[in-house]
Ligand binder design. Structure first.
Ligand code: COA
Length: 329
């Protein structure tokens, strides 16, 4: 059991626990609503496990948006030229805004934000594997903008059709903004790939490094997925990890090939019979290491996030103090 699961249970208020004691018919009525395609809203009755899974899912997603702002944020001072710098600043601000929207959606389920932040900076909750790898050159920023945001759009377009209203609505807005990120990432890739031989080589080198973490982005193969069954039962994850990966491959491999970037997987091929892309499985042991904190930059990225969180404590205190007289009045 992950620590976020522990804390999700631990932070549920007594009122919510009482609501979730299942009485005969409650679960059936809830599942009928889901079968009718209705959205579940914060005040509605929901099974305790639905709430717990949602908190886990949304918290990890919010963490990913916040941690994802770091590698790109660190490149802002080095962006080549004023326009590229403005676009990158805007993108980083968007990503932090996405985190705020998602933490807010998780708060509607009863988990306070400071708990989620504390768990993140203490390394007790997860975030996407991809944000633990280095951005060594400017071409990495191009790859993150095009392919990581591209993968996120695939994932979020699917997840936004899920059954929880606040998460679904937050994802609709996030996906809209990510679509612009993808365009700026693609423009960067094309610029580098059609530039000087050195730029082209830098582009290919970054692409080759990102390919494998990207293949892990949608999670372990379905046979190893822990949560898919329960998430699908309650329409929280409309497609499995492998289905999402295939949608990504169908969408992006032709674009990658059209550009002339070389995919570092000799076995990658379209399989007519199954109508799927056949690919070499990434190193799933590396994936496990990375999501448990042992990736190349986990410690460094978390240390930076912790520092930024501590630096912001004066503002949180000031806001809390400003609220107190009003609350007392
Ligand atoms: N990075 C880090 N951890 C990951 C991961 C990834 N790319 N993919 C899966 N995991 C973790 C899961 O969180 C889970 O860990 P936990 O039990 O400690 O919570 C474990 O690996 C087993 O995976 P699985 O059972 O398949 O998890 P899942 O059903 O939640 O599916 C996602 C994984 C990423 C597809 C799903 O959580 C999802 O769509 N999340 C919302 C979107 C999101 O977070 N996107 C990332 C950033 S944009």
């Amino acid at each position: 059991m992950s620590s976020s699961e522990n804390s999700a249970g631990g932070t549920t208020t007594p009122r919510l626990v009482a609501e979730e004691e299942t009485s005969p018919g409650q679960l059936a009525a809830f599942e009928e609503r889901i079968a009718r395609g209705e959205k579940i809203e914060p005040g509605d009755w929901m099974p305790a496990l639905y709430r717990k899974q949602l908190i886990r899912l949304i918290q990890q997603h919010a963490n990913s948006e916040l941690m994802g702002a770091l590698p790109e944020g660190q490149w802002i001072p080095y962006a080549p030229g004023f326009r590229r710098k403005m676009a990158l600043i805007a993108k980083v601000q968007d990503e932090v805004g996405h985190a705020q929207l998602l933490y807010r959606a998780a708060e509607t389920l009863g988990k306070p934000r400071h708990e989620m932040m504390t768990e993140l900076v203490n390394g007790e909750s997860k975030y996407s594997n991809v944000f633990n790898y280095p951005c060594e050159t400017w071409a990495d920023i191009a790859m993150v903008g095009w392919l990581i945001d591209g993968a996120a759009i695939v994932n979020q377009t699917i997840m936004q059709t899920g059954s929880y209203g606040p998460y679904s609505r937050a994802l609709q807005r996030i996906t809209y903004e990510e679509a612009f990120h993808l365009k700026q990432g693609y423009d960067l890739v094309v610029t580098l790939h059609t530039g000087t031989p050195a730029q082209r080589a830098m582009c290919q080198e970054a692409f080759s490094r990102w390919w494998w973490p990207l293949m892990m982005f949608f999670g372990p193969p379905d046979r190893a997925s822990v949560h898919t069954d329960i998430l699908q039962r309650w329409a929280l994850k409309p497609k499995t990890n492998d289905e999402q990966r295939q949608i990504f491959l169908r969408k992006f491999v032709p674009k990658i090939q059209e550009l002339g970037l070389e995919i570092p997987d000799e076995d990658l091929r379209w399989d007519e019979d199954s109508g799927t892309w056949h690919f070499t499985q990434p190193d799933w042991d590396e994936f496990k290491r990375v999501i448990r904190g042992g990736g190349p930059l986990n410690a460094e990225r978390l240390a930076l996030r912790r520092l930024l969180y501590e630096q912001g404590s004066w503002l949180r205190t000031a806001l809390e103090q400003a609220e107190q007289p009003r609350a007392a009045a």
